[in-house]
Design a protein around this ligand. Structure first.
Ligand code: FE
Ligand code: FE
Ligand code: FE
Length: 171
């Protein structure tokens, strides 16, 4: 463990690194959502993805604001977790034949994305608060609320009809 060979020395460094991680993730999500919009069949699922694409663009602007507030240039570092979640979503979507079953798969894939975001924003808010950056925490909390609301809407769609429609599909 070389003392000078690692970039992350302090909690502040870890906070900035994790901002860069979620900045990368949000940018990848804006590339993945248009494909999910194309694949979705249920109109409210399609509309939900469209709304969240616009929200995600706003979340990227919010992150850029937090970088600036914290005296950092906005920068992305690869997030292998989001790459894996999106890869898995594409793989499963490519394997599903029935449109209703595909909708159920898309909801599940989207919820995996939201849950990743929820864990990252929750951590970022806790670290920002610990570092005395309540201003940054407040901006990040706006995004966390959107991610949680999206997750809840997806659950409601799945449980109210998407899963039931999917069950009707047969081989
Ligand atoms: Fe997001
Ligand atoms: Fe990550
Ligand atoms: Fe999201």
């Amino acid at each position: 463990m070389g003392l000078f060979s690692k970039d992350i020395a302090t909690l502040d460094d870890l906070f900035v690194h994790t901002l860069q991680d979620i900045y990368y993730a949000e940018n990848q999500i804006t590339k993945a959502l248009p494909k999910m919009i194309d694949k979705a069949t249920a109109p409210d699922l399609k509309a939900g993805f469209e709304l969240h694409l616009r929200e995600t663009e706003g979340q990227i602007s919010r992150l850029e604001r937090v970088f600036e507030m914290h005296g950092q240039e906005p920068k992305a570092v690869t997030c292998p977790a989001i790459d894996g979640i999106i890869k898995e979503a594409n793989e499963i979507a490519g394997d599903v034949a029935d449109k209703a079953v595909l909708d159920a798969a898309l909801v599940a894939a989207a919820q995996a994305v939201e849950h990743y975001e929820i864990t990252r924003y929750g951590t970022l808010i806790a670290w920002a608060t610990q570092l005395g950056r309540e201003d940054c925490a407040a901006v990040l909390a706006e995004t966390l609320a959107e991610e949680k609301a999206t997750d809840e809407k997806l659950t409601a769609m799945a449980e109210s009809k998407v899963n039931a429609k999917a069950e009707l599909a047969h081989a």
